[in-house]
Design a protein around this ligand. Structure first.
Ligand code: TYM
Length: 344
C-alpha cells in the first residue's frame, strides 16, 4: 500500500456525557476536514474499557458517539465511520507497539497519572498502555493528520516517537520490501483555534470532562435549551466586566473560557468577541452566549436523537465503515508482519 498524502484519523471514547469540549475541540473539526482530506473517524470502544464500563450501557454509548458524528455533519458514505472493536488489527498493532515503545516513554504520560490518580497499583494495565493503542489506531491507516483537543498532544508526540523507532529498528526490511526510507509517517496533530481546551464551567482551572461529578461543569450534546441556559447562567465568573484586551482576559480563567466558547461557537477569535463585549457585565454576556449555544447545539441535539431512535441504521453505518476500514487495516498488518519477520 502506498503512503496516503492527506489521510485524517481521529477517535472519541464512548464513555457517555459527550460535551461541548468534545464537539468544539474535536468533532466540529472532523466535519471541516472532510472537504480537503480522506477521513476515518472511530468510536474507540477498546480505549473506553481501560476503565470500567457497564456492559448494559456501552452499546448505547457507542451509538451515541456515532450519532454525534452523523448529526454534526460527518458523511459516512464519503468517509469512514466505525467502532474500533470491530477491527482486530487495532489490538494486533498495539501489541507490536507495546514491544517498540519503552517503559520510560509511557511513564512520562501525564494523562495516565491524572486518570490513575493516587491508586496507581490498582489501575488496569490497559490504562497504562493506552497510548500505544492510540498510536496503533492512527498508524494502522498511516494517517498524516490527527485533529484533537490539546489534552491529546503528548499522545501524538508518542505516536511520532513510536513511528520513528519502528522505522529505524526495521529500516533494512522496510527498504528491502519496497517501502522506501520509512514505513510509518510522522503524523501531524491538528490542534488549533480558540477551543483546543474548554474548561469546566465550575472551575476555570479544570478541563471540561465527561467524568466530572458535577453535571453543571459541562454542557452535553444532549442538553435541552433550558438546561444549556441554566448551566451558562450558573457558570462561575468573577465580578469585573469583560476586559478590553486578550492580555487582561488571560489572567481571568473563567472569563477567558466563556469568551473562548463564544468565539468557537461563532467561528471567530476571542479578540473579535472582546471588541463586541468589552466593558459589559456578565449579566449581558451570559444570555448572549446561551442564545448562541442553543442556536448552534439544538439542531445537532435534535438530529442525534433522531439517530439514537434508529439504532438499526446506526449499526449499519458502523458495519459498513468497519468493512472499509478492515480492508486498509488488513493490508497494513500484512506488511507490518512481513517487515518484522513473522511467517505468514
Ligand atoms: P476523548 O474521548 O477523551 O475526547 C475526544 C476528543 O475531544 C477532545 N476534548 C476536548 N477538547 C477541548 N476541550 C476539552 N475540554 C476536551 N475534552 C476532550 C479530545 O482532545 C479528543 O480530541 N485518546 C482520545 C481518543 C483516541 C484518539 C485516537 C484520538 C483514541 N485513539 C486516535 C485521536 C487519534 C480520547 O481519549 O479522546
Amino acid at each position: 500500500m502506498t503512503q496516503p498524502s492527506n489521510r485524517v484519523f481521529s477517535g472519541v471514547q464512548p464513555t457517555g456525557n459527550l460535551h461541548l469540549g468534545n464537539y468544539l475541540g474535536a468533532i466540529r473539526k472532523f466535519v471541516a476536514l472532510q472537504n480537503s482530506h480522506e477521513c476515518i473517524y472511530c468510536v474507540v470502544d477498546l480505549h473506553a474499557v481501560t476503565v470500567w464500563q457497564d456492559p448494559a450501557e456501552l452499546g448505547k454509548n457507542i451509538r451515541e458517539v456515532t450519532a454525534a458524528f452523523l448529526a454534526s455533519g460527518i458523511d459516512p458514505r464519503k468517509h469512514i465511520v466505525f467502532n474500533q472493536s470491530q477491527i482486530a488489527q487495532h489490538a494486533e498493532l498495539a501489541w507490536v507497539f507495546n514491544c517498540v515503545a519503552r517503559m520510560g516513554w509511557l511513564n512520562r504520560m501525564t494523562q495516565f497519572k491524572e486518570k490513575a490518580g493516587k491508586d496507581k497499583e490498582n489501575a488496569s494495565v490497559g490504562l497504562f498502555s493506552y497510548p500505544t493503542l492510540m498510536a496503533a489506531d492512527i498508524l494502522l491507516y498511516r494517517a498524516t493528520h490527527v485533529p484533537v483537543g490539546d489534552d491529546q498532544k503528548q499522545h501524538l508526540e508518542l505516536t511520532r516517537d513510536i513511528a520513528a523507532k519502528f522505522n529505524n529498528d526495521f529500516s533494512k526490511q522496510i527498504t528491502a520490501q519496497g517501502h522506501g526510507e520509512s514505513y510509518f509517517p510522522q503524523t501531524e496533530p491538528i490542534i488549533e483555534g480558540p477551543a483546543t481546551r474548554i474548561m469546566s464551567l465550575r472551575d476555570g482551572a479544570k478541563k471540561m470532562s465527561k467524568s466530572d461529578p458535577s453535571d453543571l461543569s459541562r454542557i452535553t450534546l444532549t442538553d435541552d435549551a433550558d438546561t444549556i441556559a441554566k448551566k451558562i447562567r450558573k457558570a462561575k465568573t468573577d465580578p469585573a466586566p469583560l476586559p478590553e484586551t486578550l492580555e487582561e482576559l488571560k489572567a481571568r480563567p473563567e472569563a477567558d473560557n466563556l469568551v473562548g466558547i463564544y468565539a468557537a461557537l461563532a467561528e471567530t477569535g476571542k479578540a473579535e468577541i472582546l471588541s463586541e463585549f468589552a466593558g459589559k457585565e456578565f449579566s449581558a454576556f451570559k444570555p448572549a452566549l446561551a442564545e448562541l449555544a442553543v442556536e448552534k447545539l439544538a439542531p445537532i441535539s435534535a438530529e442525534m436523537t433522531r439517530w439514537m431512535d434508529d439504532p438499526t441504521s446506526v449499526d449499519a453505518v458502523l458495519r459498513d465503515g468497519a468493512d472499509r476500514a478492515r480492508a486498509i487495516a488488513e493490508e497494513t498488518m500484512k506488511e507490518v508482519k512481513a517487515i518484522i519477520g513473522f511467517l505468514s
